[in-house]
Design a binder for this molecule. Structure first.
Ligand code: CAA
Length: 260
C-alpha cells in the first residue's frame, strides 16, 4: 500500500507505522487521517501482524495536533464531520483487536494526545510533551480527548489539562497515568520494539479479548461487564492457544501460540 504521509515497516509480526509530515510536526490533515484509517483496517485484517507500533517522523514531534491550516477554515457542518471522522479513525485504532503501542517521540498535542490515548499502551521519550492546547485556539478537543482523557487520568486532571491548555512533561504524564512508561529519547524505539516483540509472543485471540473486555467493559455497568468477561473467557477456552498455553506450562516449556 502506498501512502503520502505514512511510512509502514514490518519487523516479523510487528508493524511500525510512522506519521511522516515532519515539516509541520506531523500535524494530522484530512489525508493523513484517511491514510491512518486505511492502514489500521489493513493491519486489522492481516493475521501475520500481531502488534503495531505508532510513532512520528523526526525527533521533535509525535503529532502536534490536527492541522491548524485545515481547522482555520471549518464551517459548523464541516467541523462536525471532521470531528466525527477523527473519532472514527481513533475508535478503529482503539478497537484494532491487537495491541497498538504509541512510541511518543516528542510533542503529542491536541489530536496527537488524543491519538496516543486511543493506543493500547504508551511509551514516552523523556523529552516528550503532552497536552490538549485546543482552548488556546478557541476550540475544544474533537477527536475524543474530553472522553478518553477523563477516563485515563480522572475528571479533575482532565479538567485541569483541557481548561488550561498547558502541556505537561513526560514524567508528569507518567505520574498521572497518561503514559505507561518514560524512557530516554535515544532508547525509545528500541524499547518500543522490545515491548512489541514480547506482546507478539502472546496468544493473539486472548489479547484481542482482553482489549475488548477492558474497552467495552468500562462503558458497561459492572455486572454486565463481568458477564461479558465470562463469555469471552468461555470463548478463549475453545481455542487451540488455550490448550497450547496450559500444556506448555505443565510440560515446563515456552508456549507457541498460533492465533487459533
Ligand atoms: N498544524 C499545522 N501546522 C503546525 C502544527 C499544527 N498543529 N503544529 C506545528 N505546525 C507547523 C508550524 O506552523 C511550523 O510551520 P512553519 O515552519 O511553516 O512556520 C512548523 O510546524 C514547526 O512548528 P513551530 O515553528 O511552531 O515549532 P516550535 O518548536 O516553535 O513549537 C509547538 C512547537 C509548541 C508544538 C508549536 O508548533 C505548536 O504550538 N503547535 C500547535 C499545537 C496545537 O495547538 N495543537 C492542537 C491543534 S487543534 C487539535 O488538535 C484539535 C483536535 O482536537 C482535533
Amino acid at each position: 500500500m502506498a501512502f503520502d504521509n505514512l511510512l509502514l515497516e514490518r519487523d516479523d509480526a510487528v508493524a511500525i507505522v510512522t506519521i511522516n509530515r515532519p515539516k509541520v510536526l506531523n500535524a494530522l490533515n484530512a489525508r493523513t487521517l484517511d491514510e491512518l484509517h486505511r492502514v489500521v483496517l489493513d493491519l486489522k485484517r492481516d493475521d501475520s501482524v500481531r502488534v503495531v507500533i505508532l510513532t512520528g517522523a523526526g525527533d521533535k514531534a509525535f503529532v502536534a495536533g490536527a492541522d491548524i491550516n485545515e481547522l482555520a477554515v471549518q464551517t459548523p457542518t464541516s467541523g462536525r464531520e471532521l470531528a466525527l471522522t477523527g473519532q472514527r479513525v481513533f475508535d478503529a485504532i482503539e478497537n484494532l483487536g491487537k495491541p497498538v503501542v504509541a512510541a511518543i517521540n516528542g510533542y503529542a498535542l491536541g489530536g496527537g494526545c488524543e491519538l496516543v490515548m486511543a493506543c493500547t499502551l504508551r511509551l514516552a521519550a523523556d523529552t516528550a510533551k503532552l497536552g490538549q492546547p485546543e482552548i488556546t485556539l478557541g476550540i475544544i478537543p474533537g477527536y475524543g480527548g474530553t472522553q478518553r482523557l477523563s477516563r485515563l487520568v480522572g475528571k479533575g486532571k482532565a479538567m485541569e489539562l483541557i481548561l488550561s491548555g498547558a502541556p505537561i512533561s513526560a514524567s508528569e504524564a507518567e505520574r498521572i497515568g497518561l503514559v505507561n512508561r518514560v524512557v530516554p529519547a535515544a532508547e525509545l524505539m528500541k524499547e518500543a520494539r522490545m515491548l512489541a516483540g514480547q506482546l507478539a509472543k502472546r496468544a493473539p485471540i486472548a489479547m484481542h479479548y482482553i482489549i475488548d473486555a477492558i474497552n467495552k467493559g468500562l462503558e458497561m455497568p459492572f455486572a454486565e461487564a463481568s458477564a461479558y468477561e465470562a463469555t469471552l473467557f468461555g470463548l478463549v477456552a475453545a481455542t487451540d492457544d488455550m490448550r497450547e498455553g496450559t500444556r506448555a506450562f505443565l510440560e515446563k516449556r515456552q508456549p507457541e501460540f498460533k492465533g487459533k
